[in-house]
Design a protein around this ligand. Structure first.
Ligand code: 0WF
Ligand code: ZN
Length: 494
């Protein structure tokens, strides 16, 4: 008899399980079930480093921290990607699609190809969940239109409201004084590991960021108003794979780190720092998990409301000021009208600047200012603030690989959900979101080469100290994904 140690990743956290090899399969499954806090109707799926599903049993091969398994809880959240709620109805739909293919066959070859690809994609989905069919797992969740697969699936068994209240209680019961000096220092760096903290703890850390930048004193923000505001922000992020509260936390924490690393407190006014930190916090509020292109093509309410002009970013901003319209959440309530106007204007500009469709416009403007950059020039400051929010928003790859890589998985999950829905609705599919076309390394090498490096290089020219903190890690990430891409190509050659 020997003891087996298994390393596995669960919700972005590396964990280890220990069991004797004479355990029964049921005992081993129970062990992982307990680790995942799974309920009886949940299914656990274990993937090896190659992405293949492996059996959860005492015969599980031991591994190392570098070759960890990935454990996933599969719950009743398939509706989010356009899946019908009963297997019966899935089969029905498949049948209808197949009939349509044969009907259309004499009419138009394009329609056939299109429908065939929808049928194929549908079949793949059926295959991937066939082992669930006997459990009658496809339960309707009528009040949530979108994906519920997130880095931290809701497995507590509590309702969303109860869940949130529990977070609120925990948050208010924790004192920011409990945050050690070591954590406070770590919080000021891009190597901070978000995956180690639960929601209530992240709220406390956000509170620390606002207090350590002296915003409470400078802007007469009462602590309970800040706490109400932060909690409402938390409640207005959706439980989706990527654009969730944890992403909001990471972007705000990166902004906080950049403020300290670049010594921005001596270069910009405190009010501008407040604009940048609050913009980072609010920049993706109520993100539905489907991007602007989808909003416009699907003619959603948001696209109609904002006339196809940055519908999401306009919405994030409107939700932010909606939260602050309640006096008990209004962190700006003790400011003068002039200060309020300045902050509102600044936040609108910074949040709207996160629309990636405007990336080149903003970066080019910054490039022209670069050689003569002047911290006292209003236009220069405005562009710098937008750049800082943009950099923070897309900075995952500047973090250690163990922190960054799970984020890429979350993003691709959200992208694939969107492209699956687009296929089912017959909408144009964005190639970089198509699960049949992209690989993790290829999407990341292009993004790093053509988006991250040019942007980070430009900011580093103004703040050379960022070379070590964000540029170098991004270069290393490019090497890592380039190696993976090459290895993948070689494998397909063989
Ligand atoms: C997967 C890749 C990508 N990678 C990231 O690290 C990252 C961070 N934010 N985002 C990221 N996208 C996006 C989330 C919403 C807006 C920005 N994507 C980008 C795409 C695949 O590939 C490219 C590559 C070059 C140019 C444009 C898109
Ligand atoms: Zn974002």
């Amino acid at each position: 008899m020997t003891t087996k140690i298994i390393h596995f990743m669960l919700n972005g956290r590396l964990q280890q399980a220990e069991f004797r090899d004479d355990c029964s399969t049921a005992e081993v499954k129970d062990l992982f079930r307990a680790a995942a806090e799974a309920e009886p109707h949940h299914i656990l799926k274990m993937y090896n480093i190659n992405g293949s599903v492996v059996n959860i049993s005492p015969r599980l091969d031991t591994n190392s921290v570098d070759s960890y398994y990935r454990l996933e809880v599969v719950a009743s959240d398939l509706k989010s990607v356009g899946m019908p709620t009963e297997l019966d109805s899935m089969e029905h739909r498949l049948q209808r699609l197949e009939n349509k293919v044969s009907e259309e066959a004499v009419k138009s070859p394009d329609a056939i190809a299109d429908l065939k690809s929808q049928v194929e994609s549908f079949k793949r989905k059926l295959e991937s969940v066939e082992h669930l069919s006997w459990m009658g797992l496809f339960k309707e969740d009528s009040d949530h239109q979108l994906s519920t697969l997130s880095p931290k699936p809701k497995t507590s068994g509590l309702s969303l409201q109860e869940d949130r209240q529990q977070v609120r209680r925990k948050f208010l019961n924790m004192s920011s004084l409990q945050v050690t000096e070591e954590v406070r220092e770590h919080l000021k760096t891009p190597i901070f590991d978000n995956w180690q903290w639960e929601e209530a703890e992240m709220l406390v850390l956000l509170q620390v960021m606002f207090t350590d930048l002296d915003f409470l004193t400078a802007f007469h923000i009462e602590l309970d108003v800040l706490q109400n505001f932060l909690f409402e922000v938390f409640c207005h992020y959706n439980n989706i794979p990527f654009h969730n509260f944890r992403h909001c936390f990471c972007v705000t924490q990166m902004m906080y780190g950049l403020i300290w690393l670049t010594e921005l407190r001596s270069k910009l006014s405190r009010i501008d720092l407040l604009i940048m930190l609050t913009s980072a916090l609010c920049h993706d509020l109520d993100h539905p998990g489907y991007n602007n292109v989808y909003q416009i093509n699907a003619q959603t309410d948001l696209a109609l409301r904002y006339n196809d002009i940055s519908p999401l970013e306009n919405h994030h901003c409107a939700v932010a000021f909606g939260i602050m319209s309640k006096p008990e959440c209004n962190i700006l309530k003790n400011l003068t009208c002039e200060q309020y106007k300045h902050i509102r204007g600044g936040m609108i500009k910074c949040i709207l600047a996160t629309d990636m469709a405007r990336h080149n416009e903003i970066l080019n403007k910054f490039k022209t200012m670069q050689p003569v950059f002047d911290f006292t020039n209003k236009d220069h400051k405005e562009v710098l603030m937008k750049i800082m929010v943009k950099v923070s928003d897309i900075s995952n790859e500047a973090r250690p690989m163990a922190v960054a890589e799970p984020w890429l998985d979350c993003l691709l999950q959200e992208f694939f959900n969107q492209s699956d829905t687009e296929k089912l609705k017959g909408l144009p599919v964005t190639p970089f979101m198509d699960r049949d076309k992209v690989s993790k390394p290829s999407s990341q090498t292009n993004f790093i080469r053509f988006v991250l490096l040019p942007l980070f290089t430009e900011l580093t020219k103004l703040f050379p100290c960022l070379e070590e903190h964000i540029l170098e890690p991004v270069r290393r990430a490019l090497d890592y994904y380039s190696d993976l891409e090459r290895a993948g190509k070689e494998e397909t050659k063989e």
